[in-house]
Design a protein. Sequence first.
Length: 295
Amino acid sequence: MGTPFIAHLEPTALEWERGLPPDEQPNAASIPRTFLDAMTVRTQVFVQEQQVPQSNEFDADDQRCAHWVIYASVNKTVAPAVTDPATGEVLRPRQSETQSVPIGTVRLVPFPHPPHPVKGGVYVDNELVGSSSSDSAEDNNNNNNNNKTTTEPPAAEPTTTQQRTFTPDRPTTFHDGVEPYVKLGRLAVVKEFRGRGIAGQLVRTATEWMRTHGTYFDPSPAARGFEHLGMEQTAGALPPRWNGLLCCHAQESAVRAWEKCGFRVDEGMGRWLEEGIPHVGMFLRVDVEPQARAL
Ligand SMILES: CC(C)(COP(=O)(O)OP(=O)(O)OC[C@H]1O[C@@H](n2cnc3c(N)ncnc32)[C@H](O)[C@@H]1OP(=O)(O)O)[C@@H](O)C(=O)NCCC(=O)NCCS
């Protein structure tokens, strides 16, 4: 494998048909190559390997996310060797060329977010559809001030991101329920390239970009209006500002990979199922680049 390189895509309007894989998208010509490649990796890893329905893989957040895709240079056969069937002599050698193939991806979701998942909740396509009994029991046994609201279902997930509002959330171990945070997610590396630090490169690249673009997602009510941003205008109210907090909903089997990048498990968030896969919440705080703050 040659030296990998990483492509970055800022939030972009995407005409995506949810039920179709990337190579069957009817509007592929208008979809940025980086996003098609991100979806190629996500389809291989989440849909084909982890059995998540194709229609649940793309979601309304993808259009407002920043995306990163990492590529490897791979030598591929474009024409097999031709041999003489009688003598076995090679008439034409194998022809190969070096191609860049997408091998990993991650996305960064800006605030506002839906409420933190319910402990023991069962989520399908971002919707709470039930609860798993063992984790709900854990909730009841640990019913302290921090999680007293966790058995109440959150407001229904809006179907479009435009409907998201800045609403106070339940406090957890690392989140006071109010501070704006960005969320890394859809971290995936194709099987043959795992265990070589690829996920670490992606997470660190996304984190560093956010750290050095700290105001990128800060809303500007002066420019866009409080109502449009889903904020209530009250006297003295300050618009939300990102102050270095990142979150992820980690598959339990991937906790180690996130820990290697500095994320810590948020015990107060508990455990829940997304698409049948056990998840926990994790947080990381970084120092926002002062220059980014001054802009
Ligand atoms: C999780 C995943 C992205 C990690 O990718 P990767 O490129 O292999 O990760 P890295 O090589 O950067 O590994 C970072 C660390 O995590 C560990 N790790 C990675 N995946 C692991 C796993 N499934 N189980 C246990 N440890 C794992 C690595 O051993 C490494 O630790 P080490 O340096 O101490 O050995 C990849 O396994 C994957 O795509 N899995 C399927 C999809 C998935 O679970 N995505 C995460 C959603 S939250």
